[in-house]
Design a protein around this ligand. Structure first.
Ligand code: SAM
Length: 386
């Protein structure tokens, strides 16, 4: 992580410019300062905070931009502007190294705003080593295979194989599968594979399969499209059977110890141990209504920053949380609110800027998951004028 350690100095004057880097405003709190930086058409915050009597300068992690050379350029410009003595720096090398091409790795926002295809779509949840995902891609070159995974090393390993094997029809996304389907168009998917999901025997609420997941899958699946669970866990199998009780109107099928064309790493291990494997398939039969993604993240009430008194304890509701982490002062009436919001498993770190009583999310609105929308609704009420 690029950073700079400099001697103590007065706050830089804002707005000011140095080496084409614009320092727009400085928001301060007891803990640290955040400085809004505009550099090479990107905006982010630099954090400055005291460390052992000196000042540490680094990028605010949740607003980090790429390539990293932009961040290094801004940190170096800060060092120059502060006129402080530089005690340590790892920001010298600002060569514009081309970041490894990750054309098959997409951000969740791509699926919300840009993803369009006339091709058939398969989705694999938790693809792990990617053996089955790549097999599906190679067997179905005319289809798009979307792979969901939350374990970054597995994604990197799978993408290496994509390069080696010359696969061109995979889109991987580092995102919780339980939330992803909320953004898929109705009646657009042919198959959803959930192969060997983590059993979570002690925390069943963390399982991928749930009534909501099955409901969203059936909505996103075309008529005759299938949700296919493959598991070696007797508990998961029993749990899946119970879940199916709520979806009796949809045809389902259970097959024991079926061989597939490709075996995953896990499967090979279980088979050696003589374990049973169950395939549970549920089929969509109906055309569902079009998906309407609500994305109203506006703040309709004015914020009275002078009267605002936000509790910094996390607010935990049934299916979302809001945690106001820090309130920083920009000037007499403008503030910056640093917070975490959304679902427990994938909370998002955001900043809200309040200028002249008007609030807005820095670097754009959160992703419109149901948890983020619920969290926003609470935030709006808590900071809006009473
Ligand atoms: C037991 S491994 C199975 C991997 C692969 N399907 C196979 O058969 O070898 C489960 C995988 O699911 C991933 N995973 C767990 N929860 C997930 C979630 N909510 N969304 C996406 N992936 C998830 C894990 O990171 C892990 O790689």
């Amino acid at each position: 992580m690029p950073h700079l350690l400099v001697t103590k100095h007065n706050n830089i004057t804002t707005p000011s410019t140095c080496d084409d880097v614009v320092f727009s405003f400085l928001a301060s709190s007891q803990k640290e300062n955040k400085i809004l930086v505009k550099c090479d058409n990107q905006q982010f915050f630099l954090t400055t905070k005291e460390k052992d009597g000196n000042i540490l300068v680094k990028v605010d992690n949740s607003t980090r931009v790429s390539p990293v050379s932009i961040v290094k350029k801004a940190i170096n410009a800060y060092g120059k502007l502060s006129k402080a003595d530089i005690l340590f720096s790892n920001t010298d090398n600002i060569s514009r190294k081309v970041e490894p091409k990750k054309e098959f790795l997409k951000d969740i926002s791509y699926f919300i705003n840009d993803f369009k295809t006339t091709k058939e779509i398969f989705i694999e949840v938790g693809f792990g080593s990617g053996r089955h995902l790549i097999h599906q891609a190679l067997q179905n070159p005319d289809k798009i295979i979307i792979g969901l995974e939350i374990h970054t090393p597995s994604i990197e390993q799978m993408l290496k194989q994509v390069n080696i094997q010359g696969v061109i029809n995979i889109l991987a996304v580092n995102y919780d599968a339980r939330l992803f389907l909320e953004f898929m168009k109705s009646n657009s998917i042919s198959r959803v594979f959930v192969h060997f999901p983590v059993p979570w025997d002690k925390k069943p609420h963390r399982r991928v399969m749930s009534p909501e997941f099955i409901k969203e899958s059936l909505r996103a699946l075309k008529p005759n499209g299938t949700l296919e669970l493959r598991t070696d866990s007797p508990n998961y199998f029993e749990y899946a059977k119970e879940l199916l009780e709520n979806f009796k109107e949809f045809p389902s099928q259970i097959i024991k110890n079926q061989d597939l064309e490709v075996t995953s790493k896990y499967e090979t291990r279980w088979k050696k141990q003589g374990k049973d494997i169950w395939d549970v398939t549920i089929t969509s039969t109906i055309n569902d209504d079009e998906l309407v993604i609500e994305d109203d993240f506006t703040f309709d009430k004015k914020v009275d920053t002078l009267a605002l008194n936000l509790d910094k304890k996390p607010i935990v509701k049934d299916d979302f949380l809001v945690h106001f982490e820090n309130i920083l002062t920009i000037n007499e009436c403008d503030i910056l609110i640093q917070l975490t919001m959304g679902s427990f498993n994938k909370p998002v770190s955001k900043f809200i800027i309040v200028e002249n009583g008007k609030a807005s999310y820095f670097q754009g609105n959160p992703i419109p998951t149901s948890a983020n929308l619920k969290a926003h609704s609470l935030i709006k009420n808590l900071i809006g004028e009473k």
